[in-house]
Design a binder for this molecule. Structure first.
Ligand SMILES: Cc1cc2nc3c(=O)[nH]c(=O)nc-3n(C[C@H](O)[C@H](O)[C@H](O)COP(=O)(O)OP(=O)(O)OC[C@H]3O[C@@H](n4cnc5c(N)ncnc54)[C@H](O)[C@@H]3O)c2cc1C
Length: 419
């Protein structure tokens, strides 16, 4: 079977052996970068590679037909936005010259430099960029071993069907019911996200079911982000509605009725939202080098410490000091990595001094928001990103002006990553 490495190819399973033969693959055509995951990290890397290096062929593998955003998904759960408002098509990327393959990557073979797809094909690459987000550590919850046992327990921590389902359950909950949200120990995706979700549920209850309550079971000893601002919002906007319980770790769940088992006693809710402990997305397994959970990289290029030619972005990473697992960060990773990969494929040196920014808004009601911001500069001596002292900061108070900035932040970042 004759095939070129750089023409667009989906190598059949029969072709995998041939794909390993040197010479057969080395046609003098364009370099190809395969990207796994069309979320904040992967879509940004895809678009910026095309902008920075039009000579490179970019193939993006993403199973979902359209991008659905986690940021702003809590507004859907509160009933203040629809799923359509957080869904963006991939055609902007296609117009930018990215080939979008709607399939799931089941393995990345670093020796053969191939991404294997669920439908049986494979994509050969010169470099691969992997940004699959997070998956859950179900093994820590002994009664939730099978998909069937997990069916009744919602995380809604990947935007999509579970977001819509959680909204539906809140809508059908009786007035006077209890919504329980359980937060795992940090690190997890989006530190302020669970507290924002509690605000959104409370905003809905205040308007539609005023006798209802929100219980926050937090495995951490205190609110992990924007703590004083969230606590102020809870007492001023939702007095008596939100019961915050620190040091409350869920150790198991009864799949029959969703009862949460804690170190001390059980907790029941009319609607239960469990965020299990998290780790790098399944397909990033070959790149996991930290605590069996996260992927370490060379921060100048985002190249994996475990597999040459493979770069990892976004929530799957073992973060640098004070670097959050956020969409803004993943978007920044995508840009720095795209520039580095373009340089490497041209035989040039990557930028030796990249800078990343983070801004993360949280909606504390249907209209008002708060933010946290930081700047992270590459430190040549320590070979990691370090937060710049005095840069960034926190809102002084929540405001509707910040609510408008939050909505515009979302629109801008979707345009930036998806075209
Ligand atoms: C409720 C909530 C609110 C949030 N709010 C904010 C916010 O306001 N601001 C902020 O900055 N961040 C926020 N975040 C965090 C943000 O969503 C993540 O940090 C960001 O999505 C990380 O980007 P990523 O590329 O790592 O993963 P994702 O954006 O999740 O993208 C991963 C993509 O990979 C695909 N994928 C997974 N496995 C495979 C595979 N095997 N093959 C092919 N494709 C695959 C998935 O389908 C997905 O499209 C929020 C998160 C949540 C859950």
């Amino acid at each position: 079977m004759k095939m070129t490495r750089r023409g667009f190819l989906q190598v059949s399973t029969a072709g995998l052996a041939a794909a390993a033969v040197p010479g057969v693959l080395r046609a003098a055509e364009r370099s190809r970068v395969a990207i796994v995951g069309g979320g904040y990290g992967g879509a940004t890397a895809a678009r910026y590679l095309r902008l920075l290096a039009p000579e490179i062929e970019v193939v993006l593998v993403e199973p979902d037909p359209a991008f659905v955003s986690c940021p702003m998904s809590n507004l859907v759960i509160g009933g203040f936005r629809a799923m359509a408002d957080i869904t963006v098509a991939y055609d902007g990327l296609e117009r930018a010259g990215v080939r979008v393959v709607h399939d799931r990557a089941i393995a990345i073979d670093g020796d053969r430099r191939q991404v294997r797809l669920a439908r049986g094909d494979a994509i050969a690459y010169d470099r691969v960029i992997v940004s699959p987000g997070i998956d859950f550590m179900w093994e820590g919850l002994p009664s939730l071993k099978t998909a069937e046992q997990r069916a009744g327990v919602l995380h809604a921590w990947k935007a999509g069907a579970q977001t819509a389902e959680l909204r539906k359950r809140l809508e059908s909950m009786r007035d006077g019911g209890v919504f329980v949200i359980a937060i795992p120990e940090a690190p997890y995706r989006c530190p302020p996200g669970p507290y924002e979700r509690a605000c959104q549920a409370a905003a809905y209850f205040k308007a539609a079911k005023p006798r209802s309550k929100v219980v926050i079971l937090d495995a951490n000893e205190d609110v992990t982000s924007k703590g004083a601002l969230f606590k102020k919002a809870w007492s001023e906007l939702y007095a008596g509605m939100i019961d915050y319980r620190p040091n409350s770790r869920v150790i198991d769940v009864d799949p029959r009725d969703g009862t949460l088992k804690l170190d001390f006693g059980d907790e029941r809710g009319d609607v239960v939202n469990l965020l299990p402990p998290m780790r790098a997305g399944d397909v990033a397994k070959p790149f996991i080098t930290a605590n069996g959970r996260w992927c370490e990289v060379d921060w100048l290029t985002f190249e994996s410490r475990a597999v040459k030619g493979a770069h990892v972005l976004g929530d799957s990473l073992q973060v640098a000091p004070l670097m959050p697992k956020s969409a803004t960060m993943a978007n920044g990773h995508g840009k720095v990595c795209a520039a580095a990969v373009a340089a490497l494929l041209r035989g040039e040196a990557p930028n030796p001094a990249p800078t990343l920014l983070n801004t993360c808004y949280s909606m504390v009601s249907d209209k008002a928001a708060i933010h946290v911001a930081s700047v992270h500069k590459y430190d040549l001596g320590e070979r990691t990103f370090k937060a710049v002292p005095g840069a960034g900061g926190l809102s002084q108070a929540s405001s509707e002006a910040e609510g408008t900035y939050a909505v515009n932040w979302a629109r801008n970042i979707w345009a930036d990553m998806l075209g």
